[in-house]
Structure formats: structure tokens, C-alpha cells
Design a protein around this ligand. Structure first.
Ligand SMILES: [Zn+2]
Length: 331
């Protein structure tokens, strides 16, 4: 019984991958927390660890072409050590991912993405929360030099840049925060508003040149504070930003269990707001403990694609999976 089930699942998976390859679909995933997992547990191998949602083997099995890797310094780390921890995670990225898998290529420009050969997968370094830089712009410039191409201003709480969405005070950007956004603009770096307070969001809409929400869904469908209101979505469209629909069950459904149908509901809501050419996916794989039914790891993207194919055109799906983020990569 179990063996039969296994075969039928794997045949479905194979067919889905064949359809994706036939259509030459490519995936750009705007957020995962692999580096944090690998920093927490140095024994984990990026090749095929059972613990990880995103692995080298998984990326190869899926139609992944570009994967963003977040540097997320957990809140338990003392402030004075936060920059060192960010550097440790970046070291893991270079040593355990790029160095070990030569077909994994560091991406810092749009041209780098265009030049990826068959079999190569691009890796973008992103910062999730500016806690690591304290109040030093020189630290931020150092992170750019190491390859950081997108800067999330906060995690859920406050730092020197702004308040996060769960910080009761709800403050927007500090003066230092404004200089961070301006520096991102000057260096053609994405400013990522996922996790940011509502007031901070609107401050970024005023100041930011290259804005994204790497992993956020619609508040209208799921009342989690991490999600975006319709007005916020429209503002991101106006700024020509991109939004990564995320696979966090608590951000997809009000009862915290979620299916691929829930992802499609959010995709459709974004589309009705005019975001058909602005949405992509930011899985949050390895940042989540619970996963969406049928979408437990990177290679399961094929199940999502199969569902999308029922409702959207090939061009729209190409946009969601890849083009909408790719087109807006600022450098
Ligand atoms: Zn996050």
C-alpha cells in the first residue's frame, strides 16, 4: 500500500517536473533561511540534509534558477555580536554552498543571472533585519561588498533603523534608517519591507527607489500582521516593486493550516489588485516549522506550478515564477 502510494506520488512529481521543463519554466525564490539553519547546526550538509527544505539536490530536482539566501541574525544574539554572526553566516554561504557546489553562482547583477548556464543556479545574498549593522553605515557597505543585494530593514521588533511589525510602538524610520534606505538607493540595492512596521512601510514608499516585500501575503485574506493591506500592495505596484507570496501557513490561512489552494487565493487577490506583473514567490523555506500541504520543500514547487497551470497563462506563470523578480533586480 505504502509502496504503491510512493510510486504514484513520484510519478506525479516526475510528470510535473517534465511539464515544467517542457515549458522551460524557471524559479526565482526570493527568501529562504538556510543560512540561519546551517549556522545553528554546523553538522547540516547543504547537499541533501533531511532537516533542510532547500538543498543542492532539491534545487537541482526543481526548476530553480535563482535562490535568495537570507542572513538572519536571531534575536538571542547579543547586539555587540550581531555583526560577527552575520559574517559567520556569510562565511557559511561562501564555504559550504558556493565553494562546495561550483554550479551555484553568486549573483550580484542582473547580468549575472542572464549569464547562468544550463545546470547552474544563482544564489543571492540578502539581509533580513538591520540589527547586524547597529548604527554603522560602514558595516552596511561592507555587507554590500560581500554580496548582499537586498536589505530587509527589520525583523519583527525594533532596531536602530525602524520598528518591526510586532513592536507595539509602531514607529517608522529613524534618521539613521532613512540614511540606510538612501544608501541602498545609491548602491542599487533592494529595500525589503517584509517584517517592517506599517509606518516604516510608508516611509520607505516615500524614500526607497528599489522596493520589494520578499515574503508577505494579503491581509484581506489572512489577518496576520505580517501581511500587506490592499493599500500597501497598491503602493508597491506604484513603486514598481515586487512581492513574494510566501508559504508560511499562518500567513496564508486564518486557521494556520494551509494548502496550495490557499496560495492560489492570495495570488488571485494580488492579481485583482493589479499585481499580476509584480508578484513572485518567497517561500520562507527553512524559516518555517510547519509547511503547506503538498509543498514541504523546494522540489515540491512542481505541485504549485501544476495548480497555477489550471488558472493562469504561461506568460503569467513565467512572471510569477521568475520574471517579475528578475526584471526588477536593480543592478
Ligand atoms: Zn522572515
Amino acid at each position: 500500500m505504502q509502496t504503491g502510494l510512493f510510486y504514484s506520488n513520484s510519478i506525479v512529481h516526475m510528470l510535473a517536473v517534465q511539464i515544467m521543463e517542457g515549458l522551460f519554466l524557471r524559479i526565482f525564490d526570493a527568501h529562504c533561511d538556510v543560512l540561519w539553519r546551517m549556522w545553528e547546526n554546523r553538522e547540516i550538509s547543504f547537499k541533501d540534509s533531511e532537516i533542510l527544505h532547500v538543498t543542492w539536490d532539491g534545487l537541482k530536482k526543481s526548476a530553480a534558477k535563482v535562490q535568495c539566501f537570507a542572513v538572519y541574525v536571531p534575536e538571542k544574539v547579543r547586539k555587540e555580536s550581531a555583526f560577527d554572526v552575520a559574517l559567520e553566516m556569510i562565511d557559511i554561504f561562501y564555504e559550504e554552498i558556493l565553494q562546495r557546489f561550483p554550479n551555484m553562482k553568486l549573483i550580484t547583477t542582473k547580468r549575472d543571472i542572464g549569464e547562468l548556464k544550463e545546470g547552474q543556479i544563482g544564489a543571492i545574498l540578502t539581509l533580513e533585519g538591520c540589527d547586524a549593522i547597529g548604527t554603522d553605515l560602514d558595516k552596511l557597505r561592507t555587507l554590500y561588498r560581500l554580496g548582499i543585494s537586498s536589505v530587509g530593514l527589520t525583523w519583527n521588533h525594533a532596531n536602530a533603523v525602524a520598528d518591526g511589525i510586532l513592536e507595539e510602538r509602531g514607529a517608522g524610520l529613524s534618521s539613521f534608517g532613512k540614511s540606510v534606505v538612501k544608501l541602498n538607493n545609491d548602491h542599487f540595492i533592494w529595500t525589503d519591507v517584509s517584517h517592517l512596521s506599517v509606518k516604516g512601510f510608508w516611509d520607505v514608499m516615500e524614500l526607497g527607489e528599489y522596493v520589494i516585500a520578499s515574503h508577505s501575503n494579503c491581509k484581506d485574506l489572512c489577518h496576520n500582521p505580517r501581511n500587506l493591506s490592499d493599500e500597501q500592495v497598491q503602493a508597491l505596484i506604484q513603486k514598481d516593486g515586487a512581492i513574494g507570496v510566501t508559504f508560511v501557513p499562518q500567513f496564508l490561512s486564518n486557521n494556520s493550516q494551509a494548502s496550495i489552494t490557499d496560495i492560489l487565493r492570495h495570488v488571485e487577490h494580488f492579481c485583482t489588485l493589479g499585481a499580476v506583473e509584480h508578484i513572485g514567490f518567497g517561500s520562507d523555506f527553512d524559516g518555517i516549522d510547519q509547511t503547506v500541504q503538498g509543498l514541504h520543500k523546494i522540489e515540491d514547487y512542481s505541485n504549485l506550478v501544476n495548480s497555477l497551470l489550471k488558472y493562469y497563462s504561461e506568460t503569467e506563470i513565467r512572471g510569477f515564477l521568475f520574471d517579475n523578480f528578475y526584471k526588477r533586480f536593480p543592478k
